[in-house]
Ligand binder design. Structure first.
Ligand SMILES: [Zn+2]
Length: 247
């Protein structure tokens, strides 16, 4: 089988923050001797992506001049299936190890394609593509990340204990800071809600995308569907496709 380029692409650790560069064209050193004075000023590598700095996640309003901005983006949710069952079968240390392995494989797959791991919520991961690192092909990157994280999780020593479901949607998202007392950098909007619902509807091992995402990808992907879904909180039935491969 031919390996696709993205299957072997390791993450290159950047010397400059890619987010500050893409958003402001400002060079912010995050590695090497030039990063030292910034570290003293409290600016560090972000936990959301190893090539971003903490300015990207904590200074959104200052940098952008608004609490939120609407932009085109793709979002991915991935979760561990049968989590409740698992927590009865495994002790807390085994459970923590399994979740750590799951998070690590998801993060690698997402980071290598320029997405950020915005949140880890219990047994699930929320990723945003196209902010702050810009990529015109953000949707394809999100789908590749979804397929790759599935493949990575199947290769884990604990693979026979759990499955993963992935949901992906694309469109206009609001990114920025939410909350007054506890400010939090995230993305909100109907696109995010639908992606979360698609993740909930995905069968074990599946990468489920919206019909809109399927249309955007066109011939770039092989997908099964449509599957008509009645999703909680969404009035009309939604068509979804299970992506098998990126061509
Ligand atoms: Zn930055």
């Amino acid at each position: 089988m031919l390996m696709k380029e993205w299957e072997t692409m390791p993450l290159t650790e950047a010397f400059l923050c890619q987010g500050c560069w893409d958003q402001m064209h400002v060079p912010v050193p995050i590695r090497g001797p030039l990063a030292f004075p910034l570290r003293l000023a409290g600016i560090r590598v972000s936990r959301m992506h190893p090539n971003l700095c903490t300015i990207c996640e904590t200074q959104f309003e200052k940098v952008k001049g608004a609490k939120q901005l609407l932009m085109s983006g793709s979002v991915l949710f991935a979760d561990v299936r049968g989590y409740t069952n698992l927590s009865e079968r495994l002790d807390s240390v085994e459970m923590a190890n399994l979740l750590s392995a799951f998070y690590a494989e998801c993060a690698t797959a997402i980071w290598e394609r320029g997405g950020i791991v915005n949140k880890l919520i219990g047994d699930s991961v929320f990723a945003i593509f196209n902010f702050p690192i810009r990529h015109d092909d953000h949707l394809q990157r999100a789908v590749e990340a979804g397929l790759d994280l599935q493949r990575r999780c199947r290769a884990l020593p604990q693979a026979d204990l759990f499955d993963v479901g992935v949901g992906i949607h694309t469109g206009e998202i609001a990114v920025g800071e939410v909350g007054q007392l506890c400010r939090d950098f995230t993305a909100i909007g109907p696109v995010i809600n639908l992606a979360a619902r698609l993740q909930g509807a995905a069968s074990p091992g599946e990468v489920l995308v919206s019909a809109h995402a399927r249309d955007q990808l066109g011939r770039a992907v092989e997908a099964r569907g449509p599957r008509e879904l009645h999703l909680k909180g969404i009035e009309l039935p939604v068509n979804a496709y299970a992506v098998q491969a990126v061509r």
